[in-house]
Design a binder for this molecule. Structure first.
Ligand code: NAP
Length: 259
């Protein structure tokens, strides 16, 4: 039986984070979700509303904290939440925050870079409080199309990606560099998750192909080039490979997920 963990979710109202959160809750892990608007999360969770009142029953292993992933004190509140006490600190952090396209460009061109800076700063601030100097796992959702090692998007899409996704890709690259640098200092044990173009489809069985890259050594260990993957499947893969089991084979790797 998998050990129960304490997992912090940043970006749980988005499709990938929600898919991983739902599965983690069902598996009995203690989950903390930092949300700017908690109602965006509760509305999407399978909750029951009693007929006589408007109260919503949330899973007992879910702790929602209202706040912004760019605010150090909100991150501190998550990392020191009373529910983390039994495991001596958060075991795993899943960061899947992202910006949305608007008529004037992305809603926040630096959302991932800034979020990672703040998260890593908050982790440094609580380092001494972590039981036995335990190093937290960090699963950071990034993107295909940004590898400096080898192409991971189909040749037909490569040009389009460069033009249309330039801004979010610069942001993701900066985020990845922060993650890898923190790993180099022994502050986190990281995995980067690079999905291809997202769809809103359901999770599948046996259809996901997984490529592997070692960004530190600059080596592509396994190829997987494809067009799309559903958010549900990205979250499912993260849950199964990085959250529910130890998943040590993914530490220090970028996983490329596609159909
Ligand atoms: N679209 C694609 O094809 C594609 C492909 C590969 C990778 N990606 C990346 O994969 C990641 C996950 O995507 P997704 O579709 O699951 O999510 P999404 O729909 O882009 O949602 C982003 C999430 O980030 C949260 N967020 C943004 N800024 C925040 C802040 N300052 N503080 C707290 N929360 C914040 C949002 O919360 P609110 O509810 O408060 O808005 C939401 O939960 C994103 O980084 C995305 O860019 C996308």
């Amino acid at each position: 039986m998998a050990t129960k963990k304490t997992i912090l979710f940043l970006g749980a109202t988005g499709g990938v984070g929600l898919s991983a959160l739902r599965r983690s809750l069902a598996a009995g892990h203690t989950c903390i979700a930092l949300c700017r608007t908690p109602a965006n999360l509760t509305a999407q969770l399978n909750t029951t509303t009693t007929s006589n009142s408007n109260t919503t029953t949330l899973p007992p292993n879910l702790h929602i904290i209202t706040g912004n992933a760019h605010n150090p004190s909100d991150l501190h509140a998550c990392l020191t939440h009373p529910s983390t006490a039994p495991s001596g600190g958060v075991d795993i952090i899943v960061s899947s925050i992202g910006a949305r396209p608007t008529l004037r460009g992305m809603s926040d061109a630096h959302v991932c870079e800034k979020g990672m800076e703040v998260l890593l700063g908050a982790l440094r601030a609580v380092k001494e409080e972590r039981v036995g100097g335990k190093v937290p796992r960090l699963v950071a959702v990034s993107s295909t199309g940004i590898s400096e090692v080898a192409r991971d998007v189909p040749i037909l899409l490569a040009g389009l990606y460069k033009v249309l996704l330039h801004t979010p890709h610069v942001d993701k690259k900066k985020m990845e560099r922060l993650v890898v640098a923190a790993g180099g200092k022994g502050e986190v044990e990281w995995t980067l998750v690079r999905g291809s173009f997202y769809t809103s489809g359901s999770a599948t069985e046996g259809l996901v192909r997984v490529g592997v890259e070692d960004p530190v050594k600059g080596v592509r260990e396994k190829e997987a080039v494809g067009y799309t993957i559903s958010r549900e499947d990205v979250g499912k893969w993260m849950f199964e490979e990085c959250l529910d089991k130890e998943g040590r084979e993914w530490v220090g790797k970028a996983a490329i997920l596609t159909y």
